[in-house]
Design a protein around this ligand. Structure first.
Ligand code: TYM
Length: 332
């Protein structure tokens, strides 16, 4: 008998245009894991509305994120690719889990603390409850593994706590998921303030590379990226800008930090920056071309997300029913 594959769940928010951080920290690893696992890759549009979204931009970006999944190499025949709002079990399970989560736990989340500072008075209740929806996403599929960047580690820990609490309060229901955080690329930094994370919601476009940035824009942004006056390509915390560019180059080219240091010894930064830019262009250009092809075939995309939602609903509904029953709801 064929052994049952372990399950992966992961998602990206269509809350802004995707960055090189999303690609190296998450998406690239999803592609690597797809043969070994039974994977659910979701466009998490419900998460995106925790901050204000222009409806037409949200629509456009949701399809673009889906096209980027495919263009990056996620095979729709092997994986379940879907849009979160199409599968109503996520919102339903989220409510059930909200009633099993303490607000103290949510107020402690660093991402909530950072984001709520930015939005001041107009922080939505959704922003606070966001990690519970993420827990619902993961637990509804009994995911074993969740490939994410380092910034999601705390949310994963909360997911494990919520799952454990539910299992203890009722009876074993959920698999306790493990994070999969890559050794290289878990935290790609801003090109302008390299001590901060590269983020799709930054106000400064020079701080990030978008997956869809044209080659000349990529070259310009890398050229303008903040470095230092030391003039040596060295992997050290004293040179956060250079360290970040080395991480990017190493990740794309499969080079170790020592190899990069050696290659650019005594050369200053110009050549190094040029090579970083070319590596990114080489990696992203084929993806961009495919994204544009997919976006030109909306009915193909529709076919994929409809099939994906059907499968996702079937699987997650069983788990939701189990939750409802254990909580004490009368079956309909
Ligand atoms: P999101 O949309 O902010 O980011 C998507 C993925 O990209 C990773 N990432 C980065 N990795 C390295 N360097 C960076 N600068 C960088 N920026 C982002 C993130 O860690 C993430 O893996 N809450 C999640 C989405 C989500 C989810 C889920 C993930 C919702 N439900 C269930 C996993 C499982 C988020 O906001 O990711």
């Amino acid at each position: 008998m064929e052994e049952k594959k372990k399950v992966i769940f992961s998602g990206i928010q269509p809350s802004g245009n995707l960055t090189l951080g999303n690609y190296l920290g998450a998406l690239k690893n999803w592609v690597k894991l797809q043969d070994e696992y039974d994977c659910y890759y979701c466009v998490v549009d419900l998460h995106a509305i925790t901050v204000k979204q222009e409806p037409k931009d949200l629509r456009r970006r949701t399809l673009e994120v889906l096209a980027i999944y495919l263009a990056a190499g996620i095979d729709p025949e092997k994986n379940t690719i879907f849009i979160q709002s199409h599968v109503s079990t996520h919102s339903e399970a989220s409510w059930l889990l909200n009633c099993n989560t303490y607000i103290g736990e949510l107020f402690r989340m660093t991402q909530y603390k950072d984001k709520s500072k930015r939005y001041g008075e107009s922080v939505s209740a959704g922003l606070l409850n966001y990690p519970v929806l993420m827990a619902a996403d993961i637990l509804l599929y009994n995911a074993d593994l969740v490939p994410v960047g380092g910034d999601q580690k705390q949310h994963l820990e909360l997911t494990r706590d919520i799952a454990q609490r539910f299992n203890n309060t009722y009876s074993p229901t959920f698999t306790i998921p493990e994070p999969y955080i890559p050794k290289s690329g878990a935290k790609i930094m801003s090109l302008q303030e390299p001590t901060k994370k590269m983020s799709k919601s930054s106000d400064n476009p020079n701080s990030y590379i978008l997956i869809m940035d044209p080659p000349n824009v990529i070259r310009k942004k890398i050229n303008r990226s903040v470095t230092d006056s030391l003039g040596t390509v060295k992997y050290t915390d004293d040179q956060p800008g250079i360290k970040n560019l080395m991480t990017i180059l190493g990740n794309i080219k499969g080079m170790t930090m020592e190899e990069i240091e050696k290659k650019y010894e005594g050369q200053g930064y110009a050549n190094f920056k040029k090579d970083v830019a070319e590596a990114i262009v080489e990696e992203l250009e084929p993806i961009q071309n495919k994204v544009n092809e997919y976006l030109g075939d909306k009915s193909y995309l529709e076919d994929i997300y409809k099939k994906g939602a059907e499968k996702a609903y079937k699987v997650s509904y069983k788990v939701l029913r189990k939750m409802q029953k254990k909580i004490g709801f009368i079956p309909r």
